[in-house]
Ligand binder design. Structure first.
Ligand code: ZN
Ligand code: ZN
Length: 342
C-alpha cells in the first residue's frame, strides 16, 4: 500500500497521518446520525470483537470450575498466569516478529522511522528497550494482571460479587458489554493522569515512558503499581452487578488491548489492498510529547474537556505548544517568587 496517499513523511522519515483524530461522533451537536452508524462497526470490529472472543474462550475453555475458584491456592492462579503469558507471547510476539524483526511492512505507516532495536539506551535493563520491555511485561505486569483476574474470579465464585445471569438479564449485560470500553477509557484516564503528577511520575510512570518510540513489547512495560492499577479496571465488576464473562472482557480490553496504542504503525497491512487500523496515533503522540492524550482515542473525549487533546494536526501541535509555554511561564514565576523570598 502507498502510505503517502494516507499521510506525509518528514525529513527524518517519520510518517504521520493526514486528517485529524476524531472523537467518537456521538459527541457532535447537532447529532450526526450517519457518522454514528459508520462509526459503530468500527467500535465493534475488529478489536472489541477480539476481546470478547478471547473472554468467551477463557470462560469456556480455561477458567476453572466455580467450585475450584472458591478456594485460593497456587494451582489455578499459576495456570491462569501461564495462559495469559502464552497468549501475550503469541499475540504481541507475532506483531513484533512480523513488523519489527522481519519488518514485512518496512517503514510504511510507521510513525517513528527508527526501530527500537537500533537505539540502545542506558535507561533500559541491559540497555535494550526490547529486553527491558519484555521482562517487565512477563515478570511484573502479566503476574499483576493475573492477580486482578484471580481476585475478580474468586469474588464471583464466593458470592462476594453480585453475579447477574445472562438468562435473567440479557439486555442489561449486553448494555454492560457495550459500555465496558467506556469504563476502560475513564478508568485509564484517571489513573494515568494521576501517575503523571510529578512525584508519581518519577516514582512510577517514568518506567513506561522510557519507551519514547514504543513497540508492542512496550505496551505492558510498567512499574508494579501501574501494572496493578491498570488491570484493576476489571474489579469495577465487583462493584457493579455484573457477570464474570463481562469482567473478563473488561480485563482483556486492558491486557490484550494495551497493544493498540503501542503498535507504532497506523495500519497493519494484511494483503496488498487491505489493512487493519491500529488506532495507535493518539497514544503514540502521548509517548512523544508526554503531556497530551492521557486517554485513548476519543471514545470519551476527556482530553478535550481537560484541554490536553492533541488531534494530530498542525492546530493540535500549536495548542499543545502554547499550553507548554504557559506552563513554563507559570513555573518561572513560581521560581522567581521563591528566590525573591529567600
Ligand atoms: Zn503507553
Ligand atoms: Zn503516560
Amino acid at each position: 500500500m502507498d502510505d503517502l496517499k494516507f499521510g506525509t513523511r518528514n525529513k527524518r522519515g517519520d510518517w504521520s497521518p493526514n486528517g485529524r483524530i476524531e472523537v467518537a461522533p456521538f459527541w457532535a451537536w447537532p447529532p450526526k446520525i450517519l457518522k454514528v452508524l459508520h462509526w459503530l462497526p468500527e467500535y465493534i470490529w475488529p478489536w472489541n470483537t477480539f476481546h470478547m472472543l478471547t473472554a468467551l474462550a477463557y470462560w469456556y475453555f480455561i477458567v476453572p470450575s466455580v467450585e475450584t475458584m472458591k478456594t485460593l491456592s497456587w494451582g489455578w492462579p499459576l495456570y491462569l498466569y501461564a495462559v495469559n503469558a502464552a497468549a501475550i507471547f503469541v499475540m504481541y510476539g507475532s506483531i513484533e516478529l512480523f513488523f519489527y524483526v522481519k519488518r514485512v511492512q518496512g517503514n510504511r505507516f510507521k510513525y517513528n522511522a527508527k526501530f527500537p532495536s537500533e537505539q540502545p539506551s542506558d535507561v533500559f535493563w541491559f540497555k535494550s528497550q526490547n529486553i527491558d520491555n519484555f521482562m517487565r511485561s512477563f515478570f511484573i505486569s502479566i503476574p499483576l494482571w493475573t492477580v486482578a483476574e484471580v481476585l475478580m474470579l474468586w469474588c464471583f465464585a464466593n458470592g462476594t460479587a453480585s453475579w447477574v445471569n445472562w438468562h435473567d438479564h440479557p439486555y442489561y449485560l449486553a448494555a454492560l458489554v457495550f459500555v465496558a470500553p467506556v469504563i476502560h477509557e475513564v478508568h485509564f484516564f484517571v489513573i494515568h493522569r494521576l501517575i503523571h503528577t510529578p512525584l508519581l511520575y518519577k516514582w512510577i510512570h517514568s518506567v513506561h515512558h522510557n519507551s519514547v518510540n514504543p513497540s508492542p513489547w512496550s505496551s505492558l512495560s510498567m512499574h508494579p503499581v501501574e501494572g496493578f492499577l491498570y488491570h484493576a479496571v476489571a474489579l469495577w465488576h465487583l462493584v457493579i452487578p455484573s457477570n464474570p464473562i463481562v469482567a473478563l472482557f473488561q480485563l482483556h480490553i486492558a491486557g490484550f488491548g494495551a497493544v493498540n496504542g503501542h503498535i507504532g504503525f497506523e495500519k497493519l497491512e494484511v494483503t496488498e489492498g487491505t489493512a487493519v487500523d491500529s488506532h495507535a496515533y493518539a497514544h503514540y503522540l502521548h509517548h512523544k510529547y508526554f503531556e497530551v492524550n492521557y486517554g485513548g482515542d476519543g471514545l470519551i473525549p476527556l482530553d478535550k474537556w481537560f484541554g490536553t487533546w492533541h488531534d494530530g494536526t498542525k492546530e493540535g501541535e500549536v495548542q499543545m505548544q502554547s499550553r507548554f509555554e504557559k506552563k513554563k511561564a507559570r513555573m518561572n514565576d513560581k521560581n522567581t517568587q521563591a528566590s525573591s523570598r529567600t
